[in-house]
Design a protein around this ligand. Structure first.
Ligand code: OSB
Ligand code: MG
Length: 369
C-alpha cells in the first residue's frame, strides 16, 4: 500500500479532573493524532506522549518532530505490504516508540479496513468484551480518595488502581482497603521509589493487592529483581519494558511476575503482540495499561486487550471517566460487568468526529507523497 497523504493534528483536551501521579500532574491531554490516507481509506492513530516528558522522555513536540522529519517521509516514500514493512522502513530511527506507535496505529487501521476486518480480528483477539478497571490519581486528602473510589464503584468499576507516592502510599491504600475489603485493588508508584525503600515497600503486602506497579526507577530491571523476592505481592513492570527483549530480561531475572503492556510505550501493537505472545507462552499474566487516550487510542487498546493473555483488567476506562466530550461518535461506555465492548467495524471501528477534532486542534499539517 502506498500511503498518499498524512495529516498530523496536535490536540488538547481538558480532563474532567486533574490526574496526579507520584511525580507529575496532568490537567489536559495534549497529543498528536495521525491521519493517514490511501486507496480512498482513512486510518487514524494516536501518540500517547503528553505535553511534558514525565512518564517518558517523549512529549507532544518530540512526537511531532520525529514524525514530521523522519517517520512520515519514510512512510510516504515506501510501499508497505504490512506493519512489519513499516518497522523495517523506520528501523534506522532510534527510540521514540510513542511517535512510531502513533503512525503504526493509523497503518493498522488502514490495513484492517483494506482487508475488511476489525483490528481485533487482524490482531487475533477474541471475545466481545474486555475486563477493565479505573486508575485513580492522588487526591488532596485520603478521605477524598475514598470518596472518589466509591464514586467509581458506583459507576460499576470492579478493579481500582491507586497512584501512590512516599507519604501517600500506605495510609491511602489502607483506607481504601478498609472501606472496600473485597475490591480488586492494585497500586502504581511510577518509578518514584528506590531499592533502599524495600523495607517500606513490604508494607504493601498486608493489603491483598493484585500487584505493585513500577515501584523503582524507569529502566531498573536489576533492582526490581532484588526487590521482588522481598515482597509477597507481585511486581508488575510498566516503564521498564520497551520491547519483547526487555520482557525476556525482566522475566529471566525474576524482576516481576506480571507485565503491563501499553502499545504506545513499546513502539506499537506489533511489539505489544510480541510481548503478549512471549508472556502467554510462559503463563505470565499481562494487562493493558492506559495513557488517558482519546477514543482513537482507546479503540486500539480495547482490541489488543482481547488477546487471550490479557487476563487482568486493563486501565481502559469509559470515555466519560476522562472527558466531557470525546472525538469519536460513540464514546466507550462501561458495561454493567465492568467491561468495555470491542468494536466490530472495519479497522479501529470508531468514527472520528471531524468538527470536534477541529475544535480541539492547536496545530495541523498535511504531508503528501
Ligand atoms: O503509569 O499507568 C501509568 C497515565 C499516564 C501515564 C502513566 C500511567 C497512567 C495511568 C492512567 O495510570 C491509566 C488510564 O489511562 O486510565
Ligand atoms: Mg503505570
Amino acid at each position: 500500500m502506498k500511503i498518499e497523504q498524512i495529516t498530523l493534528h496536535h490536540i488538547k483536551m481538558l480532563y474532567k479532573s486533574p490526574f496526579q501521579t507520584s511525580r507529575w500532574i496532568e490537567y489536559d491531554r495534549e497529543c498528536v493524532i495521525v491521519q493517514a490516507q490511501a486507496e480512498g481509506l482513512t486510518g487514524w492513530g494516536e501518540c500517547v506522549a503528553g505535553q511534558i516528558p514525565s512518564y517518558s522522555y517523549e512529549s507532544t513536540k518530540t512526537n511531532w518532530h520525529i514524525l514530521e522529519d523522519f517517520l512520515v517521509p519514510a512512510v510516504l516514500a515506501a510501499d508497505l505490504q504490512d506493519v512489519a514493512d513499516y518497522h523495517a522502513a523506520v528501523s534506522h530511527i532510534n527510540g521514540h516508540p510513542m511517535a512510531k506507535a502513533g503512525l503504526e496505529m493509523a497503518l493498522w487501521d488502514l490495513f484492517a479496513q483494506r482487508a475488511g476486518v476489525s483490528l481485533q480480528k487482524l490482531l487475533g483477539g477474541r471475545g466481545d468484551r474486555v475486563p477493565v478497571g479505573v486508575s485513580v490519581g492522588i487526591q488532596e486528602t485520603t478521605d477524598q480518595l475514598v470518596k472518589v473510589v466509591e464514586g467509581y464503584l458506583q459507576d460499576g468499576y470492579r478493579r481500582v488502581k491507586l497512584k501512590v507516592k512516599p507519604g501517600r502510599d500506605m495510609g491511602d491504600t489502607r483506607a481504601v482497603r478498609q472501606a472496600f475489603p473485597d475490591l480488586r485493588l492494585q497500586v502504581d508508584g511510577n518509578s518514584v521509589y528506590r531499592l533502599k525503600d524495600a523495607e517500606h515497600l513490604k508494607g504493601f503486602d498486608e493489603f491483598n493487592l493484585l500487584l505493585v506497579e513500577q515501584p523503582l526507577d524507569q529502566d531498573d530491571i536489576i533492582d526490581h529483581a532484588k526487590l521482588q523476592p522481598q515482597l509477597k505481592t507481585a511486581i508488575c513492570l510498566d516503564e521498564s519494558i520497551h520491547s519483547v527483549e526487555h520482557a525476556r530480561w525482566a522475566l529471566e531475572l525474576s524482576a516481576c511476575r506480571i507485565i503491563n503492556i501499553k502499545p504506545g510505550r513499546v513502539s506499537g501493537m506489533y511489539e505489544a503482540k510480541r510481548i503478549h505472545d512471549y508472556c502467554y507462552e510462559r503463563g505470565v499474566p499481562v494487562w493493558m495499561g492506559g495513557m488517558l487516550e482519546t477514543g482513537i487510542g482507546r479503540a486500539a487498546n480495547v482490541a489488543v486487550a482481547s488477546l487471550p493473555g490479557f487476563t487482568l483488567p486493563g486501565d481502559i476506562s469509559a470515555s466519560a471517566r476522562y472527558y466531557h466530550e470525546d472525538i469519536i461518535a460513540e464514546p466507550f461506555a462501561l458495561n454493567p460487568d465492568s467491561t468495555l465492548s470491542v468494536p466490530t467495524g472495519p479497522g479501529l471501528g470508531v468514527k472520528v468526529l471531524s468538527a470536534t477534532l477541529e475544535k480541539v486542534t492547536l496545530k495541523k499539517q498535511t504531508y503528501r507523497r
